[in-house]
Design a binder for this molecule. Structure first.
Ligand code: AHR
Length: 499
């Protein structure tokens, strides 16, 4: 009943693009307002940004941050969010049936990123729902052109002398979704995305562009959508997007713990579809993936916070995550890393309050949800080259995915030659012995074995008990004569660092 694999520096998946640890800030609920931005809060700085939240976001280690949506972007006019705050219009946000005050916009978002530090990079989405090529071009000109045109001079007059230099752009959001304002057929979207991409590249050929893939693998249009859209856009975009959310349904925890099986199949099917289109076009180019929305999200649960239509910043999608959710989130990070050769960007959706690793109270404290930890640890230690991990593991039966390995794992070799193993024991009832054979890595000691697990699978961090769940050190893990031996606690996320 031991799970095993071998690590060898000659067998690699590929380098980790730092943007795999991206996140997402949407104008939705309290992600922006009372999340990252709350003028008047005791911890707010001169820009109204909550410094307590900034600190937690830095600790989380996010890189690319997608903005401003999400469904929100498909009805958004970017001009509303620039210029003097007191002159900005209040608008109906039809995506979330809220009132958008526009007190926070592009300039404030860029200030937020600057304060996060040099590792944070913007990933802007343009509205291809209710808008089109001209408005996308205008936004790129406003944001990136140095000066001397009406739009770039407008930015300068608004106080942002230096261009923002935003490289990464999403061509719309979830344009296949019936819920999307301005939903399109694959043919309509493919044409529009290709034309927009060409126009934006005329402004700046070095932009990185993301075409919308499917909003979910389980939609009937999945794969056909990608094939049609990519037939139009293949040569003018760099990445295709994927979105996936997981939740436990009907008490089927074993299947929920195997969610990464679904995610990996999704990734591999999108890669296959991209390469199929590339082959048909006889193109030497290979697209990469932007998994720009992923998380655990309890979509089927009713909102426990009553709210009226057209409220400002209502409490929406404020899922409170358990230790079980955190272990599942860990398996999803592992799934992304295991495909690092083709994943250029991935964004945990979202950053604060809205299905988020960080929670805040208006006027009050902020704290880490259980899901904060696997993401933060992976971002901190999962930099370098992913090693090819072929797991031989005992399995357990699941209703949705059949027999699934108890062990889900990956390993990343850092620039200093040290290796970090990320491993999940999906088994709920028994510890899982792990044995890893190390070949040619020159490692001889365990620096740390940290685990996230709890006797109560429902344990969570809340306003009243914000540190109920935190990772703990694990004793007894050893590396002797090139073999790492550990015991993975039942239903646990593990980080084992070797030097
Ligand atoms: O992240 C929440 C929502 O999920 C986003 O607005 C949308 O793109 C997706 O459906």
């Amino acid at each position: 009943r031991t799970a095993r694999f071998t690590l060898d520096p000659d067998f690699t998946v590929g380098p980790v693009d730092p943007r795999l640890y991206g996140s997402f800030v949407e104008h939705l609920g309290r992600c922006v307002y009372t999340g990252i931005h709350e003028p008047g809060h005791p911890a707010a700085d001169e820009d109204g940004l909550r410094t307590d939240v900034l600190e937690l976001v830095r600790e989380l280690g996010v890189t690319a941050v997608r903005y401003p949506g999400g469904n929100f972007v498909s009805g958004h006019r970017w001009e509303d969010g620039v210029g003097p705050v007191e002159q900005r219009p209040r608008r109906l946000d039809v995506a979330w049936r809220s009132t958008e005050t526009n007190r926070f916009g592009l300039s404030e978002f860029m200030a937020f990123l600057r304060k996060l530090g040099p590792r944070a990079e913007p990933m802007m989405a343009v509205n291809l729902g209710t808008r089109g090529i001209t408005e996308a071009m205008d936004l790129v000109e406003y944001a990136n052109h140095p000066g001397g045109t009406e739009l770039s001079d407008r930015r300068i007059a608004h106080g942002d002398k230096d261009p923002f230099g935003i490289r990464l752009w999403c061509l719309g959001n979830e344009m296949d979704g019936t819920w999307q304002t301005g939903q399109k057929t694959a043919e309509e979207y493919g044409r529009l995305a290709a034309q927009t991409a060409r126009a934006l590249r005329r402004i700046d050929p070095d932009l990185e562009l993301v075409a919308c893939g499917s909003s979910a693998r389980d939609l009937p249009t999945f794969a056909a959508w990608e094939a049609t859209v990519l037939a139009e856009t293949y040569e003018v975009v760099d990445h295709v997007s994927l979105h996936a959310y997981y939740e436990e349904t009907d008490g089927d925890r074993d299947s929920f713990l195997a969610s990464a099986v679904h995610m990996e199949a999704f990734i591999e099917e999108v890669i296959a579809t991209c390469d199929h289109v590339g082959a048909r076009l006889k193109s030497p180019k290979r697209l990469t993936l932007s998994f720009d929305e992923w998380n655990v999200w309890y979509q089927r649960r009713p909102n426990p916070h009553p709210f009226e239509d057209w409220q400002e910043a209502p409490r929406l999608l404020e899922d409170v995550y358990t230790v079980t959710d955190a272990v599942v989130l860990g398996t999803l990070v592992i799934a992304l890393l295991r495909h690092a050769d083709r994943i250029a960007v991935a964004c945990l959706a979202q950053l604060v309050n809205v299905i988020a690793p960080i929670m805040t109270e208006p006027g009050g404290p902020s704290w880490r949800q259980t899901t904060f930890f696997p993401f933060a640890q992976a971002s901190r230690h999962g930099r370098g080259t992913v090693l090819d991990v072929r797991v031989a593991s005992p399995t357990y039966p699941t209703e949705r995915y059949g027999d699934v390995p108890l062990l889900h794992a990956t390993a990343v070799r850092g620039e200093d030659g040290g290796v970090t193993v990320f491993a999940v024991n999906r088994g709920r009832n028994a510890p899982l012995p792990l044995e890893v054979t190390l070949r040619g890595l020159g490692l001889d000691r365990v620096v740390e074995h940290s685990a996230l697990a709890d006797a109560d699978p429902e344990a969570r961090n809340t306003l009243d008990e914000p540190e109920r769940v935190v990772p703990h050190p694990v004793a007894g893990t050893e590396l002797v004569d090139g073999v790492l031996r550990a015991a993975l606690e039942p239903m646990s996320w593990n980080v084992i660092r070797l030097a």
